[in-house]
Ligand binder design. Sequence first.
Ligand code: ATP
Length: 271
Amino acid sequence: MPFLELKEVSFEYPNGFKAVDNVSLSFELGEKAAIVGQNGAGKTTTVKLMNGLLKPDQGDVTVGGLNTKDYTTAQISRRVGYVFQNPDDQIFHSNIINEIKFGPKVLGFTEEEAEKWVNLAIELTGLSDYLEENPYNVPLSYRKFITIASVIAMDTDVLIFDEPTAGQDLYGVERLTHIINRLQALGKTVIIITHDMEFVIRHFTRVIVMANKKVLADGNCRDIFWDLNLLDKSMLKQPCISRVAYEIGLKDAKPLFEDEVVSLLVEESTK
Ligand SMILES: Nc1ncnc2c1ncn2[C@@H]1O[C@H](COP(=O)(O)OP(=O)(O)OP(=O)(O)O)[C@@H](O)[C@H]1O
């Protein structure tokens, strides 16, 4: 049985708008996946269903064997942590350290456990020099790391990051990559929602494509970014280098990176 499972899940907002229609997905512990798709495809609604912030109207969501319908959002969020797209929707303390310590405190961690996870969260997010600052005195890109740290400190089995690379410079993106890989190495499941296809291609193998409230594809990055029909339907772009490869007839190897195209060209020239 997968650790996190959505089985034929549908959800309608109170105004009657259906945002998720018959979605089935499953995730094992220790895997990472990226959810991509156009604005309004239903990505954020889907992940809010995963951590119990929303409950399905149809179908079931189970986390570690618990059906989210039978538990409170607080109970489910002990297992699935969600980092909001906009950090300002999440932060409510007047200094950074209290924001990070809040989760373990509410969850009733022992002092030792709390210290372990808070310290790891600070180390991974690089916030040690700013702990006494008011979160609103640091730039938005740092505030995103504050919200990531708050969720890391809760030691959940699953961590979901909504648009984590938005507003980050190269250094921030590298830090984020390190965080995701470290969390995965700790046996956690990491799911991101992103519009940053370069980031997906470089760091994820499993990609889930959503469009118009549904999952259109769930598979290998290389296959997905070479399925032109799927990309068209979901209004996603093929990476620039793949488009060049396509135009010059190097599509069979499905290249996604510059060095792959260079190798293919060298191979061609020596034939
Ligand atoms: N509280 C709400 N009430 C009514 N409709 C909503 C609500 N929240 C979201 N929606 C609608 O549900 C649809 C799916 O929204 P959702 O945020 O899940 O999409 P998304 O794929 O995450 O988009 P984005 O990439 O823009 O964040 C959108 O059309 C949105 O306007």
